[in-house]
Design a protein around this ligand. Sequence first.
Ligand code: ADP
Length: 229
Amino acid sequence: MERRASHPSSPKWPGGDARRFIALELPSPLPPAYNPSFLDLALTEGSVKRIKAIYPGSFDPPTNGHLDLIERGSKIFDELVVAILRNPEKNPLFSVADRRKMLEAMTSGFDNVSVDTFDGLTVDYALRVEARAILRGIRAISDYEYELQMALMNRKLQPGLETVFMMPAEKYSYLSSRLVREVAQLGGSIECLVPDLVEQKLREKIDVAHKFANRQPSAGKSKLKKKKL
Ligand code: ADP
């Protein structure tokens, strides 16, 4: 304690140069355990808090915009959990299990990213998995109002949890799961908008839906014919 008082200009934790702060606190002469490599280790492994964040969303389907955000998030958080909301009211195109498989395949190259599912309040889930931040994407001003409302409500529910907004690369700023679904359903190209695996799954899903839709009228016709006869 006295040591610190004799260095009035020493930076206060956590601001300033942490390495200098620790060096000032060390007894002198340094015992063998306190060598520079030990300090490096302590700073990177022991004394620095690991920050875990969740990236919640519907991901129906996951797009290259989501992937862009996951990559950015994985660089600033120690751990990132992509959390798929189980919301039966939304009537999704893909089941939660399908979305999970796609996201797992898309994120397999990131050591610090995992995929999970949840229901209920996002803040409750964040607390359960001991996350300290919620990652959300902002593409345009149109996202801002809704995201701001959600972030403020989440802060009211759980003041200790921060929402962090990130912007995707410009080329993904117009991209949404809804647009991808619509373009794919109308036969447009979704190349470059979603990973190959997702494109393939979308095509399969839409082919099945078309086959089913084409079968319906003919079934109806045959019923009509039978009635006429
Ligand atoms: P939700 O139903 O929660 O909006 P989404 O899967 O549509 O679920 O989006 C999850 C999060 O990802 C949201 O924060 C959304 O703004 C963000 N997001 C979606 N598409 C993109 C994109 N193209 N670029 C960046 N962020 C995106």
